[in-house]
Design a protein around this ligand. Structure first.
Ligand SMILES: [Zn+2]
Length: 105
């Protein structure tokens, strides 16, 4: 799958740039970036560990106690701690061309 988004400035990182930043949220380290990414729900190519994903879930809207990820994009996103269970039941929610669960020791 081709990468058709503007990637993180770090070499070999294909994470989509956070709005107004030269890096993806995994490398940006700025809580303000998390806020804007949580609004856009664009995680293409981003490496998402459990800690970062938890921070995202703290910021997304909730409906009846469940995070709402309508329209979220996860093309080539990597979940280093395994895909969250919410992504195992796609029902018109997130678009996932290629989730790559990985476990790092
Ligand atoms: Zn990056």
């Amino acid at each position: 799958m081709s990468i058709d988004w503007e990637t993180c400035e770090l070499t070999e990182c294909v994470g989509v740039r956070a709005p107004g930043a030269p890096m993806c949220i995994a490398h940006g380290g700025d809580p303000a970036l998390l806020d804007s990414v949580a609004r856009q729900l664009d995680f293409r190519g981003v490496t998402l560990g459990a800690g970062l994903w938890a921070e995202i879930l703290d910021r997304v809207p909730y409906d009846e106690g469940k995070p709402t990820l309508t329209g979220a994009r996860f093309d080539r996103a990597v979940f280093t701690d395994g895909a969250p269970c919410i992504l195992r039941h796609p029902d018109g929610g997130p678009t996932m061309d290629r989730i790559q669960p990985q476990v790092q020791s």
